[in-house]
Every structure is written in C-alpha cells, then in structure tokens.
Design a protein around this ligand. Structure first.
Ligand code: MN
Length: 480
C-alpha cells in the first residue's frame, strides 16, 4: 500500500521548497472524489492515483505535475469536474489533467500503418511533455494490475505499450520509464519468451554478480592508484525485454555473447574523468576490438551519453564497463524529465543545454540555439501539427482534418452518405451546431437522418475541406 506521506517526503527530498500543503490538498481532493471506488483488483482507487504520483516523484517531477498525477482520473471517473480542479489548483494543473483525459480517449487499433500516425498524434494532442509523463506513469501503474482483466484486453493494452508508449519514452530518453513499460508489457505480449528469458537470466545472473563483486574491488583499487575516485560503482542488470531483443538477434545459444547482461557502471565526477577511467581500464584489461563506444563525443539520437568498453577481464571473462558522469546518468534514466532537477538550495533551477536540440528537431524540425528557461518551457508545448487537428470517432478512430474544420467536414470525411444525411453532431457528448470549429482531441458523433436526400446549401458557408465542398456541390446538383 502506498501512503501519501511517503510521496510527500520523496518530493521534499529533491525539491525542498515544494508546497506540501498544496500537495496534501491535491491528495485530499482526489481521495474525496474517488471515495468508495475500487479498482478491479479490489484495491481502493486512490491507490492508483498515489501509484501514478509515486512514479512521477521517481523521475523528480515538479509539484504541478505531481498534483495533476493525483487528480488525473477525477474528471473521467468521478463527479468532480475540471472546473473545480481549476478553481482549487489553478490553470496549469487543470491543463495537465485535461490533456491526460484527452489522451485516454485515443484507442489503439493495432494496424501497423496506424501506429506511426498514432504516435504523432499522441504527441500532438498533448502539447506539453508533462502530460505524456503523467500518461506513462498511469500506464505503468495500470500494467501492475493487468492480471485481473480478460486476456484480450490484457493483450491490447500490453501491445499498445510495446508499440507506442515505450518507443516514445525511449525517444524522450526516459530509460527508466521505457524499461518499466517494456518489462511489464513483455510478460503479456510474449508470455513464453518472457518465461524463457526470465529463467535464463535468473540462472546466469547470480554467478555473474558474484564475479563482478570481485572485479569491483580490483577496479576501485586500480582507479585509486591512478588518482580517480568514482562517485560510485555498481553492477547493473540488463532489462528483460532488451535482453530478449538481443537474443532475437543472436539466438538463445548466443546468450553468452551478451556481455552486458550484467555490466559494470562507473559514475565519475567529470567528462575528463570518464576518459581517464577508460584509459585505466584498458591499461589493466585488454579491450575487445570494435567494442569501444564513445557516446559522449557522439551521443545516441535520444541523447544517451556514456563511454562503453568490453574487455577481457580476470580469468578470461568478458565484461562490459559503462562510464559516465552523474548528469549523464540522470539524463539516461529521466531523459527530458531530468531538466526539472532541483539543486540543494531548493531552487528549481535548470540550466538548459543544447542537448535539447534533438527534441526540437524531432518534434518541430526547427533548428535552435541555446534556449532560455522560458523558451525551454515553451518548447515543451509541442505544436507539430499546427495546421492539422486530430479528432476521434466515438469508437476511437482518428480523423485528421485541417484547422477550423467542422462536423460537416468530419461527416464527409467518413463517408459521403453520412455527409448527405447529416442532421446534427454531438461533440464530446454535447449537441453542437454543425458550423462549430473542431479542436484536436474532440470526440465527434454524427447524427444522421435516414431519409434525408440532399445536404443543406448553407453548409458551403462553413465547410473547410475540399472533399466536403466538392461532394456537397455534387449532391446538390444531383438533386436538382
Ligand atoms: Mn488512471
């Protein structure tokens, strides 16, 4: 069971200036709203809200995001409204909660041509990266209780995680979320493979970790002799799903060639120390050819930075070392979220580095120089599809329309007969005039009149798409 006080103290640790009273208010509000509700696994619903907040605290998110995490299911699952959230917690929290609720309405259809579109839309509908982060936390927590759902639903949700959520987390550099999402979904999408990889890794890991304990002692002694004091050295176990992906490449027989199944990670003070440490390792142990990777000089596309080398170690065993600074480690785990770090004086300061360029490029194609903090926050408000909107059918299918498109455009986009017989529209469950301009994320339902023979000539005054306009004209002509 997760307690609110645990989350509050976790947040306080990385952000001493956090407004604990406001956080508490958020918790009280969520608890009141979800009172009496149970999750499918029998737990109180508030445990889900706390679970989400806990994951957000793990990646050290700001207080607005934590509160929004606590409240994220209030508008859709309770009598509480967005308006109340806005009154009590302000525009920012309300904006994030609304975004999460919209994202919840996207449904996955599993067609491969659809996935890329869905990913783009996922990003465009959110406009603020923090919404995606809350959604990730929501999904990770839901994966924990997937067992109670029927198998078809389990599979749909887990697939969606592997095909959409995890790749986005990866692209945003959030290794921690990516790993959690993948390993939890892996079990449901490929149960047999999961079981074999799990068993195989279990069997190798203990011997390996024991061996690395010895290596760690030798390494620390050697580094000390050369004047390097690492911040810490640890062995890290490769995630199950990424082990599986590697096995797919090499085959199960090749598991002994997966040298980073358990790797040694060395965290040092500075970039210079990274290279010195690499040199020291190579002085004691011979590197394997073509296995030295300098991701500091050449970061991966998701901005991952580290030095990797694989060496012939004691007793001829092969070991991978990963060397990086604390900053690089944080960025590898938290990615874009690492930019909400808080220094010891409590300021939520953040130097914003050129490392964000990739994000800018990825989402908008715009080239940028160094960003100020303001510009950085602005850059999180993504507007990839500025001139396009994405709206949904009641079944969750996505319809892509130009900005300012109306329910009539939507109707013709689905089918010209639906257009012709269009009598009204419900947008987000509310009866709405046909000339209303739609917004991204709207759920649109067209009400048709069975016997209607022709469209209204007035529709030409507001229909935006060529498709709709041409069909309206043609149908009007045909009826004359
Ligand atoms: Mn939820």
């Amino acid at each position: 069971m997760i307690r609110f006080s645990d989350i509050a103290s976790a947040v306080k640790r990385y952000n001493p200036k956090v407004d604990i009273d406001l956080l508490q208010l958020g918790y009280d509000f969520a608890q009141e709203a979800h009172k009496g509700q149970l999750r499918r696994n029998g737990e109180e619903y508030i445990q889900h809200c706390l679970g989400v907040a806990q994951y957000l605290a793990k990646i050290k998110m700001d207080e607005t995001t934590i509160i929004a995490g606590l409240l994220h299911d209030v508008p859709d699952e309770t009598d509480g409204t967005l308006l109340e959230i806005q009154k009590n917690f302000g525009d920012d929290v309300a904006f994030l909660v609304e975004g999460v609720s919209r994202l919840g309405k996207i449904k996955y259809r599993g067609l491969s041509r659809y996935v890329e579109n869905l990913r783009k839309m996922f990003v465009s509908v959110t406009h603020d990266i923090r919404i995606i982060l809350i959604k990730f936390a929501d999904r990770i927590n839901n994966l924990e209780t997937l067992d109670v759902l029927e198998p078809v639903k389990q599979l749909r949700i887990a697939r969606e995680v592997l095909e959409v959520y995890a790749p986005i987390a990866d692209r945003l550099g959030i290794g921690y979320f990516k790993g959690e999402l993948e390993d939890r979904a892996f079990k449901y999408v490929y149960p047999e493979e999961y079981a074999s990889v799990y068993a195989l890794v279990e069997q190798k890991i203990h011997v390996r970790e024991k061996y690395l304990e010895g290596i760690k002692r030798i390494l620390q002694r050697s580094l000390k002799q050369e004047g390097i004091t690492p911040l810490y050295v640890e062995s890290r176990v490769k995630r199950l799903y990424s082990t599986y992906r590697k096995i797919l490449k090499k085959g199960f027989m090749g598991i002994d060639e997966i040298y980073d199944l358990v790797a040694m990670r060395i965290i040092v003070e500075s970039i210079a120390d990274c290279y010195v440490t690499l040199g020291i390792i190579h002085k004691y142990w011979k590197p394997l050819p073509a296995r030295i990777k300098d991701y500091i000089a050449q970061p991966k596309p998701n901005n991952y930075r580290s030095l990797h080398t694989t060496v012939f170690c004691e007793k001829g065993e092969i070991v991978e070392f990963q060397i990086r600074t604390l900053d690089m480690q944080r960025e590898a785990e938290f990615g874009i979220a690492a930019h909400w770090n808080y220094d010891e004086s409590g300021k939520s300061s953040r130097r914003v580095t050129k490392n964000l360029d990739w994000l800018q490029e990825f989402f908008s194609g715009r080239a940028t120089g160094a960003l100020t903090h303001e510009e950085y926050l602005q850059s999180l408000k993504l507007d990839v599809f500025q001139n396009r909107i994405f709206v949904f059918t009641p079944k969750g299918d996505v319809i892509n329309l130009p900005e300012n498109a109306t329910p009539v455009d939507f109707a013709y986009h689905i089918h010209s007969d639906i257009g012709r017989r269009c009598a009204g529209a419900r947008v987000n469950d509310i009866m709405t005039p046909l000339e209303t301009m739609l917004k991204s994320g709207d759920v649109v339902e067209i009400i048709t009149e069975k016997n209607r023979k022709k469209p209204s000539v007035d529709w030409l005054k507001f229909a935006k798409t060529n498709l709709a306009r041409t069909r309206i004209k043609a149908q009007l002509r045909a009826q004359k």
